[in-house]
Design a protein around this ligand. Structure first.
Ligand code: FAD
Ligand code: SF4
Ligand code: SF4
Length: 462
């Protein structure tokens, strides 16, 4: 008899006024007892609608059944047939619009906590000692992967398991992509990502960091001179957009990318790290997506007294996940909605000392279906801030396109591929944010998986 409790078992978490002063993980995870109890809420539906909501089609009812029976190792085996990063996805997937949005229990009550259970199973697995990784026999074929985000790591892992000699080239000094430089420690502990990278290395994958492809070596050289038979590009979409308003070049203005990289990858929040970052009192984050929420929550933890989210539409249109908005509010982030910056102001030394905004109201819906924000004439006002973080989106860096023969991209920079990830250049595949623009971890993983299968087929049939 299933557990018919209408609500998900709550996720134990640090209290808001404690966690907004530290970088430890906010959510602390289910215990075994709670996980079994939550798993018993699953109705084991015959038509399995939740599976269709997962971009990598994890056999959700099957793994949940194993959890309900206390067979956590069995649950892990089922998940890992479809996903190579369950400890990551269980934490950061937008479950409410994916697997859990399709859960039958969610029609009248709360859905089964699928993401929380996936996280539990992955954490349980990672806590077991002596989990052996067997290095497969080499098949003698070399594949290069550019970028070590979820797309690159997944592609590399799938190919390594088939015996390919895979080398991952990463521009930064640590592997993991956005998982290490963007998503903060308090949402995704970096030890989890490191464990995934270590597993790949144990499978025989070589990871070369500080290697900017297109500067140090080009894709053409990898293929023509270094013997790589195929290349997967998973270089993400890390080029920040700016508003092009006066004052964006002042001291104290950051892109969210830089602000988060200094904080997360370069550990600016730790006393034993020399990374400089603004010691701010009042910070404005411009934008309303998940990246903006992460930047705001980091600013608060770095010691700012007032942190504002400045967004030109209303709460309803905020693109960030509901859960992230709620977490930010609980932690004391102030939402200044229906406001748009028009100028960043400075003192006589060129440091930010205010941001001029204009009030907005919502007009008719635009092409995106959302109501268009319209300026309210004469409503300018100044917010007292000393730091501004611009978080209005990113696009793929043009470096790879400009240094690779015959690689076609969209006007906005996205690499053009077919449904298997093949680009306009033979032997070169791509996936993740480099193709779609900023999206999600699980979609990037799915693209890495698809491309790995296509690369295998290409090389075997060559
Ligand atoms: P990335 O993760 O961007 O990795 C690309 C890698 O390629 C980087 O390490 C980069 O340094 C490297 N690279 C780039 N150019 C080169 C080059 N020329 N040579 C060598 N290496 C290169 N998604 C979610 O699902 N849930 C979330 O909660 C979430 N939160 C996010 C928070 C932030 C702050 C950000 C920025 C994104 C977030 N996302 C989230 C989106 C998600 O992280 C991305 O969609 C995903 O990481 C894309 O994976 P990827 O492998 O395509 O690229
Ligand atoms: Fe849900 Fe993401 Fe896990 Fe798929 S990978 S089951 S979408 S949490
Ligand atoms: Fe279980 Fe919900 Fe999937 Fe049904 S839809 S099998 S209740 S997780």
């Amino acid at each position: 008899m299933p557990n018919m409790s209408p609500k998900k078992n709550p996720m134990p978490s640090q209290a808001p006024d404690v966690r907004n002063k530290n970088f430890l993980e906010v959510a602390t995870g289910y215990t075994q007892e709670v996980a079994v109890d939550e798993a018993q809420r699953c109705l084991q539906c015959k038509h399995r609608p939740c599976v269709a909501g997962c971009p990598v089609n994890i056999a959700i009812p099957d793994f949940i059944k194993q959890v309900a029976e206390g067979n956590f190792a069995g649950a892990y085996d089922i998940i890992s047939e479809s996903s190579s990063l369950p400890a990551v996805c269980g934490r950061v997937c937008p479950q409410e619009t994916q697997c859990e949005s399709k859960c039958v229990r969610g029609i009248k009550t709360e859905p089964v906590g699928i993401g929380r259970l996936e996280r539990f199973v992955a954490d349980w697995h990672n806590a077991q000692e002596n989990v052996e990784v067997k290095k497969p026999q080499s098949n003698g074929h070399k594949v290069a992967v550019v970028g070590s985000g979820p797309a690159g790591l997944t592609c590399a892992g799938d190919l390594a398991k088939k015996g390919y000699e895979v080398t991952v080239f990463e521009a930064l000094h640590l592997a993991g992509g956005v998982l290490v430089y963007g998503i903060p420690e308090f949402r995704l502990p970096k030890s989890i990502v490191q464990k995934e990278v270590d597993t790949l290395k144990a499978l025989g994958v070589k990871v070369e960091t500080n290697m900017i492809i297109g500067r140090v070596i080009s894709i053409d050289e990898l293929m023509d001179d270094m013997g790589f038979e195929a290349v997967f590009i998973g270089s993400g979409a890390g080029l920040p957009r700016f508003m092009k308003i006066p004052g964006e070049n002042l001291n104290g203005v950051f892109s969210a990318n830089e602000y988060l990289t200094r904080t997360n990858l370069m550990k600016a929040y730790r006393d034993d790290c020399a990374t400089p970052i603004a010691k701010s009192k009042n910070v404005a984050i411009v934008g309303g997506g998940n990246v903006a929420m992460d930047a705001a929550r980091c600013a608060k933890r770095l010691g700012a007294e007032n942190v504002y989210i400045v967004y030109r539409r209303s709460e309803e249109e905020l693109p960030a996940r509901r859960e992230e908005v709620e977490h930010a509010k609980e932690e004391g982030i102030i939402f200044k909605l229906l406001n748009n910056p028009v100028e960043i102001l400075s003192d006589e030394n060129g440091n930010v000392n205010g941001m001029k905004c204009i009030k907005m109201e919502l007009g008719e819906p635009d092409e995106s279906g959302r109501r268009r924000p319209v300026e309210v004439e004469g409503s300018e006002f100044v917010i007292d801030v000393d730091t501004v973080v611009i978080s209005i989106g990113t696009s793929p860096n043009p470096l790879i396109k400009s240094t690779t023969k015959g690689l076609e991209t969209q006007k906005w920079g996205g690499i053009i591929t077919d449904e298997n990830g093949l680009t306009s250049r033979e032997g070169v595949y791509a996936g993740g944010d480099a193709v779609t623009g900023a999206a999600t971890v699980i979609l990037a993983m799915g693209a890495g998986k698809t491309a790995a299968a296509a690369i295998d087929e290409y090389i075997q049939n060559k």
